[in-house]
Design a protein around this ligand. Structure first.
Ligand SMILES: [Zn+2]
Ligand SMILES: [Zn+2]
Ligand SMILES: [Zn+2]
Length: 766
């Protein structure tokens, strides 16, 4: 056979995360290495290649294309077709092709890579200490992209013209910055400025060094990062942290800490190997790690907690700042209380003027707000608590083909979800939909995702709750002629957990959370379901108890406890509860008695979250909360302090079965809690015994339901499973019972997962 007759030409299309991750330079080098000619280009739905040469070489090219792909890329699909030989003289990178209607993936923002960090710290490098250094392996992506395909003209870097040196890097296929769209240097790229609280420029030679000086003096500085402004202060100074809490109106919710490297992280926390690699990963989330007693970080950062949220610098700006400061910094979202993070310069000056003393700004606009992600490791498994930077908008793979659905999510910890084909794009964490600012962020981000992923919805899924702003948004869309589908909150939780694990067969779903509207109009939250994507049966639940004052009880756990005790034991039950009696204002006991007696303003609920609240209040740990979940978190911390195995025995739920549904009575359990507290037992012992009782009840119920239904797989969801002690015990006990356990793999178990579940259920609703 002559060499010519062996020449073949292959057309190749690659889909997945293949733009903004150095894929074209990789293809260029691979073609050179394998001696092939042809071209590569970005298209609207991926990367398109033609390679020509000996058949053996094109085969090698195809194999290496998958095996040696750049670390940040993710190949979903490679399709090939033979074409007639074209006679290409060389290999080249061609202009991107825009194809209307096609969609492709968008890379999340990526933490500074080791090569860029080395340049940043090298006094002889032209990017020494330049806070916007990046390359094809790292830097901003999602937060600067205004449209696809990913080119500089469609990012917020479009106004920065590259200098000749940067342009040469950008044009050289063998350079690390070849086609790095945010490529920049001190000559041509974004720059910093330091402003005071009135917006006046602070004259200084080096804004980063000056910021560090101010932080050392106890100032609060708003620092513009990737997805918004973070508020920084000295984490070792109780005065600075208290001042930040006061101004931010955030009395107790823990703050995250940034430390320069893993070595310093280990001075403050016990960081496991797995936690270290998560901290140092390209996504670089905040990781909750066990706080050391010897840490110099003041306790005001995370009052009464045993775990600290740590993160490493993820932009060059942070790396340089932390090296100047030589102290750990509080780094918390630049907002007032629960509002969305401030992103624009003018906006930050306006919204954060009463919080920050100074503003460290830059002139690269942020196109989409993007909070820091939060994760923890439990028994070797990573669990997300908040999913944004570094993760969104990576899609969840669907084991079925979905129509284009918009699922509007829950009211708190909102995310929304857009589906297209086999992809579910779950938005970054949006927040609690109870302010105009958050609602604006929600709507703007829906429009952005619809545009980026070319996913104009045909169907809108939403929660059953009529008053959620996410539900109202969906109903507004129905008035524009779109079909809608209401999905029960806990069914959505379990469907999300299933689909993240690629499971399509029916499961036993355990959904424990604070509250979600049930199909019967009551408040659910301690639920055992048997379900698949299309439908669910409620096979078990905590007994219904009245929530005295509704939302007022959620904010004041002692009201929940008093209402439960009056309902279960009569007014005499309170005599056993020294801590609760002390909380009641004049006449408040009578009001609660009337509410639970009449049912007026006392909705019935089966919530596990409220049961945790009630026990925390009876144990004297927490009577009023300053942030959602505080009572449950402090009950968990008390249980950790107990150490050792917890006694159970009297701590048990009473199981009854009516009309095929298991109902879990809490009277024996609460009675035992009241007795122990009355007898002067420590709260830590009560907390530990309560956790053990919940874990044993959960495993016992799942065993019964498994025997009834023949289903051997249990999916766990709901914010209560962010409790690492409970998750550890439930998982262990279910394992001992021979049941297969599914946990969330991608999204948080809290209401951040609800939008995905809504989309999955809506896709299967008939
Ligand atoms: Zn880099
Ligand atoms: Zn430059
Ligand atoms: Zn929920």
């Amino acid at each position: 056979m002559s060499p010519d007759s062996d020449t073949t030409c292959l057309g190749v299309r690659v889909r997945g995360i293949v733009q903004g991750v150095g894929f074209r330079p990789f293809v260029y080098r691979l073609a050179a290495d394998t001696g092939l000619s042809g071209w590569v280009r970005n298209t609207s739905d991926g990367v398109q290649i033609e390679v020509e040469g000996p058949r053996r070489s094109t085969g090698l090219f195809l194999r290496k294309l998958r095996e040696a792909a750049p670390p940040l890329s993710h190949i979903d699909e490679v399709t090939t077709e033979e074409c007639p030989p074209r006679g290409f003289a060389r290999f080249e990178i061609r202009e991107s092709l825009f194809e209307e209607g096609k969609s492709q993936l968008v890379s999340p923002d990526i933490a500074t890579c080791p090569a860029c960090l080395e340049e940043l710290l090298d006094a002889t490098d032209r990017r020494h200490q330049y806070p916007f250094t990046n390359c094809t392996n790292c830097g901003p992506r999602f937060t600067i992209i205004t449209d696809m395909p990913y080119d500089r003209s469609k990012t917020t870097m479009r106004s920065f013209a590259m200098c000749p040196e940067c342009q040469a890097e950008y044009d050289d296929p063998l350079d690390r910055r070849f086609h790095a769209q945010p490529n920049a240097c001190p000559v041509c790229g974004p720059s910093l400025s330091l402003l005071d609280a009135h917006g006046a420029t602070v004259e200084c030679a080096d804004p980063l060094a000056q910021t560090s000086t101010l932080l050392k003096k106890g100032a609060i500085v708003a620092i513009k990062g990737l997805g918004g402004f973070l508020l920084a202060c000295d984490a070792t100074s109780p005065q600075a942290v208290r001042l930040l809490r006061e101004r931010k109106q955030r009395p107790a919710k823990p703050f995250a800490i940034m430390v320069p490297d893993l070595e310093v992280a280990a001075q403050h926390c016990d960081v496991s190997e797995q936690e270290s690699s998560l901290l140092a990963s390209p996504a670089a989330p905040i990781v909750l790690a066990r706080w050391k007693d010897s840490s110099s970080i003041c306790h005001e950062v995370a009052p009464s907690l045993l775990y600290l949220g740590l993160m490493l610098p993820y932009t060059p700006l942070h790396h340089v700042l932390l090296r100047h400061c030589e102290m750990p910094l509080v780094m918390t979202s630049g907002n007032l209380s629960e509002e969305p993070i401030a992103a624009g310069n003018e906006e930050a000056l306006r919204r954060l003027a009463d919080i920050a003393d100074y503003f460290l700004m830059h002139n690269r606009p942020i196109h989409s707000r993007y909070d820091d992600s939060v994760a923890m490791v439990v028994d070797g498994t990573v669990q997300m608590l908040r999913r944004a930077r570094g993760y969104a908008p990576n899609p969840v793979a669907l084991p079925f083909e979905a129509p284009r659905i918009l699922a509007t999510g829950a009211q708190t910890k909102n995310t929304f979800c857009l589906t297209r084909g086999h992809h579910a794009f779950v938005s970054q964490h949006i927040g609690d939909l109870d302010s105009v600012e958050t609602l604006d962020h929600f709507e703007a981000t829906i429009l952005l995702y619809t545009k980026l992923f070319r996913a104009e919805p045909e169907l809108v899924a939403h929660d059953l709750h009529p008053d959620y702003l996410s539900t109202r948004y969906a109903q507004d869309m129905s008035q524009r002629g779109l079909r809608t589908c209401a999905v029960q909150h806990h069914h959505a939780h379990i469907a999300a957990c299933m689909v993240e694990n690629g499971v399509t067969e029916p499961v036993i779903g355990v959904a424990f959370d604070g509250a979600g509207l049930g199909a019967d109009g009551h408040i659910w939250g301690g639920e055992f379901l048997v379900c698949d994507f299309a439908a669910f049966r409620r096979v078990g639940r905590i007994e219904y108890l009245p929530l005295a004052g509704g939302d007022a009880a959620t904010l004041r756990p002692y009201r929940t406890a008093v209402g439960y005790i009056m309902t279960l034991f009569g007014n005499g039950g309170l005599d056993r509860s020294p801590f609760l009696l002390g909380q009641l204002a004049e006449g408040e006991g009578d009001i609660i008695a009337r509410q639970v007696g009449s049912g007026l303003n006392a909705p019935l609920c089966s919530s596990m979250g409220r049961l945790f609240d009630a026990v925390a209040a009876i144990a004297g740990l927490r009577h009023r909360i300053a942030y959602e979940g505080q009572a449950a978190v402090e009950l968990e911390m008390a249980a950790h302090r107990h150490g050792g195995p917890a006694p159970t025995g009297r701590y048990a739920f009473q199981v009854d079965k009516t009309d095929g549904t298991y109902v879990l009575g809490v009277a024996p359990l609460l009675s035992a809690v009241l007795d122990d507290i009355h007898a002067g037992q420590p709260a830590s012992l009560v907390a530990a015994a309560f956790h053990e009782a919940v874990a044993q009840m959960t495993a016992d119920m799942c065993s019964r339901i498994a025997a009834d239904s023949g289903i051997r797989t249990v999916a766990l969801s709901g914010g209560i499973f962010q409790n690492r002690l409970l998750l550890h015990r439930v998982r262990a006990l279910l394992g001992e019972a021979g049941l297969n356990v599914l946990l969330h793999t991608t999204l948080p178990s809290n209401d951040g997962c609800v939008s995905l579940g809504q989309a999955v259920v809506a896709a299967h609703a008939t």
